[in-house]
Design a binder for this molecule. Sequence first.
Ligand SMILES: *[C@@H]1O[C@H](CO)[C@@H](O)[C@H](O)[C@H]1NC(C)=O
Ligand SMILES: *[C@@H]1O[C@H](CO)[C@@H](O)[C@H](O)[C@H]1NC(C)=O
Ligand SMILES: *[C@@H]1O[C@H](CO)[C@@H](O)[C@H](O)[C@H]1NC(C)=O
Length: 218
Amino acid sequence: MFTMYFTTLLALSAGLYSATGAPNVKLQLLYESLCPYSRAFILDQLVPTYAVLNTILDVDLVGFGVAAKANWTKVTNPDGTYDLTFQCQHGPQECIGNEIHACVVESEPIGRALTLFGCMYNSTNYKLPATAAKECSTKLGFNYTAIDECASGPLGRGLHLRNGERFHAANPVAKTVPHIVLNGVFTQAQNERAEKDLFGLVCDIYTGKRPEQCPVSM
Ligand SMILES: *[C@@H]1O[C@H](CO)[C@@H](O)[C@H](O)[C@H]1NC(C)=O
Ligand SMILES: *[C@@H]1O[C@H](CO)[C@@H](O)[C@H](O)[C@H]1NC(C)=O
Ligand SMILES: *[C@@H]1O[C@H](CO)[C@@H](O)[C@H](O)[C@H]1NC(C)=O
């Protein structure tokens, strides 16, 4: 019991603070799985940046959609239980993609999840997320049956709903995606830089000793 508590504390602090004691940069990404700009950000900025700066960067992925274009509806099943249906900006395939992402994030360390999403977005089948996820699971050693079981079932819908609530609660509101929040802050200027140079931006925001992989600061 004590050991468990202690290990949890250690694991928590390891996630929050890097070796130098400065807090990690916290990146929250609000995105839509089939939005071309979200795809470009994850593929060209987030995956390569995380691969190098993962010891100083914490990533929180919230895949859903901007409020005017994406939402959920509560439906009553014939047996009286409740369920949810979703509407996504880029259609039903985007909802499937969001659910696959949410399920993988829930069950895998973020670095591994990002590797899978990078592979999926690089696939010629990226607009069919289930096909891409199956392909990439085989390639990278993920259990696609388990991913599909979550994504096609009530857990996937529950995780999608949670992301929808978090997305719609963003302050300021996410009007476009990718919407990138760094250490709790969103600004348009910062977002534009992140879409072009996330690596340099994370280096500059980090308050600890500048990692040697970072460009020399001005
Ligand atoms: C989204 O759906 C919820 C519940 O069904 C509703 O209360 C809310 O007004 C909807 N939001 C938008 C932007 O349509
Ligand atoms: C995607 O493919 C490009 C071109 O082959 C490659 O350079 C890049 O590393 C790949 N990205 C990921 C995340 O797999
Ligand atoms: C993959 O996941 C399924 C569903 O959860 C499970 O039944 C199966 O044993 C898993 N396979 C492996 C190799 O872990």
